[in-house]
Design a protein around this ligand. Structure first.
Ligand SMILES: NC(=O)C1=CN([C@@H]2O[C@H](COP(=O)(O)OP(=O)(O)OC[C@H]3O[C@@H](n4cnc5c(N)ncnc54)[C@H](O)[C@@H]3O)[C@@H](O)[C@H]2O)C=CC1
Ligand SMILES: O=C(O)[C@@H]1CCC=N1
Length: 249
């Protein structure tokens, strides 16, 4: 995810980026790559962006105690990992938590943002500028809401890709080739999403405009969600992801 964000930041944000990743072999375009924190010498930075797995933070972050300038801040994209835990691993700095999603890689991401009480306007504006370079950003006023953003938008592309995959599989079952099925399904998803966004109309109204009385769509929709099982499934999907984010705090 860090790499996906970086591809947009290097194009749109005027800043110098240093990546610290012991396992990355190829230098990311527009950024300097270092392998270990010791390679930084006594350099200091305005922002430390934490893009490692949440489970690694307590172990890895303390080694970064000298890399931030005194008025610097931590920004973390790690799911669940709380401000309290980040501040415990690296004390003395404000924290902005970011919950991005994968379409940030093409500038079409949506991110949730939450700042600790000691974060200043400069810190918040700086992180907002980064996230707007990768799509849109929405501030939340309570930290718990960021874990709910994770369940809806952070993990969301995973649900959408899985729905697209299953839809393509269903089209193939009806007799289309893999290529035809992909074109038909992705074109339908794309056109339908564009229509919601461009008209501003409710998905429910638009669904009704497709559905002729006793027609084909009605037959399909009855099988899809006639008993509300799709609605229940999506509720349990977001609840399961939120529960996991809470466990990662
Ligand atoms: N993948 C996604 O769509 C999203 C991921 N996130 C968050 O992003 C973070 C990273 O997740 P992914 O990008 O999916 O995982 P990833 O495994 O693709 O990336 C983790 C990176 O950390 C590097 N790394 C491992 N040990 C390191 C160390 N000691 N020091 C510095 N770097 C080290 C790895 O080489 C790798 O490049 C997680 O905290 C996750 O919760 C947040 C939103 C969306
Ligand atoms: O699956 C995860 O834990 C991360 C956070 C949101 C998307 N990917």
């Amino acid at each position: 995810m860090g790499g996906a964000l970086l591809t947009q930041w290097v194009k749109a944000v005027e800043a110098d980026f240093t990546i610290l990743d012991p396992f990355l072999d190829q230098q990311p375009e527009g950024a300097r790559l270092l392998k270990k924190v010791e390679d930084l010498g006594d350099e200091q930075f305005d922002l430390l962006i934490v893009a490692i797995k949440p489970q690694m933070i307590d172990e890895i972050l303390p080694a970064y105690k000298n890399v931030l300038a005194s008025d610097g801040a931590i920004a973390s994209i790690a799911a669940g990992c709380s401000v309290q835990r980040l501040k415990k691993a690296l004390p003395g700095f404000p924290v902005v938590r970011i919950m991005p999603n994968l379409p940030s890689a093409i500038g079409a991401g949506v991110a949730g943002l939450y700042a600790s009480e000691d974060a200043g306007k400069t810190h918040k504006d700086g992180v907002q500028e980064l996230m707007e370079a990768a799509g849109t950003a929405v501030w939340v006023g309570e930290e718990d809401m960021l874990d709910r953003v994770t369940a809806v938008a952070g993990s969301g592309p995973g649900y959408v890709f899985e729905i697209a995959r299953a839809y393509i599989e269903a089209a193939q079952e009806l007799g289309f080739s893999a290529e035809q099925a992909r074109d038909l399904v992705m074109g339908t998803l794309n056109g339908s999403i564009q229509m919601v966004l461009e008209t501003g109309d409710d998905p429910e109204n638009l669904r009704n405009s497709v559905t002729s009385k006793n027609g084909t769509t009605e037959a399909g929709l009855n099988a899809l969600n006639g008993d509300g099982s799709l609605t229940k499934l999506l509720k349990s999907t977001t609840e399961a992801a939120y529960k996991r984010a809470v466990e990662l705090r």
